[in-house]
Write a protein that binds this ligand. Structure first.
Ligand code: FA5
Ligand code: MG
Length: 440
């Protein structure tokens, strides 16, 4: 029996999200801790790093034929989040250990792409931007949190209305885009028949032009964000970025079920490449499902949180959710400023070891993400990190043992030993009662 069912069987009247009640069923795996974050709308808060970053990007695209959607409901259908975008039935993203299900038919969106079909169908400008909170079950550490934010963009050209003019229209749209002050590394072919094929209904030239327009648009965003940060650094002396060298970005091929060809862009930062944004040319079959005939265009999805961490010098992704004034008071609308850390409090580690049942089937096994979930639900943001530190099979019994190390740590205060012990005991108890394991 699952911990989730315990929680909700006691309520049994369904769950309420943003004022709406939803029926639960055997697919339900959202937990109160996650639901308490729905509706915080950090992306709409002009005085929060996530909101400041969104507005900074949007500002560059005002008056260029884009509509801005920032209010879509994070509860979406499985159809919109996965089916219509062509995710195969057995795609791992659909599993209950990756995605938060409200019930069999509804999920907390795992990406803002869930709203693309709506925008294709209803948007009256050639392009649109969508921002929102997205939800994924994941590990716990400084750069991973089960909620983060995405900014999605899409742009269509209509063959219907443009006909033979289509190519010259896209060409002139491209030439209207500004020159940029970044170094772009791109040795990818426009498309690759095997790895990253073009679509049959598009010509080579169309594929090339839409690709150029897409890549340039994303480069403009990167340029806008990083050059704004550079200006701020020069003005107020704050400097978390290394501005001595011009910004380097590189393009790589990628794969998404609803685009082809597809790419991602990475930004060189602190001696490593940071993944920022996935994108591609929207598949015709997806457009057709939204009732859009005879159009071609692109879409992208950029992750806001990691970029905001880097721009604002924020060392831990969980700080975004802090309601501590020492965090909140540091940020002002339209300004990039550098976070001044307040004192850190010591952490306290506890190890949790157990034997897994013999002959576990995949479906009933304790998945690492499920364990993370239980820890997160019980300890909330006091769980600084959870790591699998040891795993072995007993040579005689053939049973598998695992040991996880939890670091309990608060951003705001010192934890006392009794409190940590109590939290850890609760975690052990929840594991014991929800999974067929033998604690050691
Ligand atoms: C997507 O979510 C696609 N929907 C993007 C897309 C849109 C592709 C439109 C094509 C067309 P991906 O899972 O790679 O792709 O996530 C996109 C970005 O979100 C990543 O580049 C990264 O910046 C950010 N991101 C992904 N996972 C996390 C995470 N756990 N924490 C913080 N940011 C993340
Ligand atoms: Mg990716």
């Amino acid at each position: 029996k699952c911990y989730v069912t315990h929680v909700f069987s006691r309520l049994n009247s369904g769950i309420v999200i943003n004022g709406k009640t939803y029926l639960t069923d055997e697919w339900t795996n959202v937990r109160p801790g996650i639901l308490s974050l729905v509706g915080r709308n950090l992306h709409k808060n002009s005085n929060h790093p996530i909101g400041i970053l969104r507005e900074l990007i949007e500002s560059r695209f005002k008056n260029l034929g884009y509509t801005f959607y920032n209010d879509f409901d994070p509860v979406v259908s499985v159809h919109d989040n996965f089916d219509v975008l062509g995710f195969p039935e057995d795609h791992p993203g659909r599993s209950r250990s990756d995605t938060y299900y409200i019930n069999k038919d509804l999920v907390l969106r795992t990406h803002t792409s869930a709203h693309e079909p709506f925008c294709f169908e209803n948007c009256t400008t050639p392009g649109y931007f969508i921002s929102g909170d997205v939800y994924r079950k994941d590990e716990i550490d400084r750069t991973h949190y089960p909620v983060f934010h995405q900014l999605e963009g899409g742009r269509l050209w209509s063959r219907e209305s443009l006909g033979d003019l289509l190519v010259s229209q896209v060409e002139s749209d491209i030439s209207a885009l500004p020159e940029l002050d970044i170094i772009v590394e791109d040795d990818n072919p426009i498309f690759d028949a095997v790895q990253n094929p073009k679509q049959d209904h598009m010509s080579d030239l169309e594929t090339k032009l839409i690709t150029l327009h897409l890549k340039k648009t994303i480069e403009i965003m990167v340029d806008q964000v990083f050059n704004e940060a550079k200006k701020a650094a020069l003005e107020n002396g704050a400097n978390v970025l290394n501005f001595k060298e011009p910004l380097r970005v590189r393009w790589l091929q990628d794969k998404f079920p609803w685009t082809t060809p597809s790419w991602q862009i990475e930004v060189w930062w602190n001696n490593s490449w940071l993944e920022c944004c996935g994108c591609g040319i929207v598949k015709n079959e997806v457009l057709l499902k939204s009732g859009i005939e005879n159009s071609i265009g692109w879409a992208f999805g950029i992750g806001l949180d990691r970029i905001a961490m880097l721009l604002f010098g924020i060392p831990d992704i969980r700080l975004f959710w802090s309601s501590d004034d020492r965090f909140k008071k540091q940020f002002t609308a339209n300004q990039i400023s550098v976070f001044k850390p307040y004192s850190k409090y010591p952490g306290s580690v506890r190890d949790i070891s157990f034997w897994l049942p013999e002959n576990t089937t995949e479906a009933s096994a304790l998945h690492e993400n499920d364990l993370m979930e239980i820890v997160r639900e019980i300890a909330g943001d006091l769980a600084e990190s959870v790591k699998l530190i040891d795993e072995f099979v007993h040579p005689k019994t053939g049973k598998r043992s695992q040991c996880y190390r939890v670091n309990y740590q608060s951003m705001d205060r010192s934890l006392i030993t009794e409190e940590v012990n109590a939290l850890n005991e609760k975690v052990r108890e929840a594991l014991r009662s929800s999974y067929n394991i033998e604690l050691r």
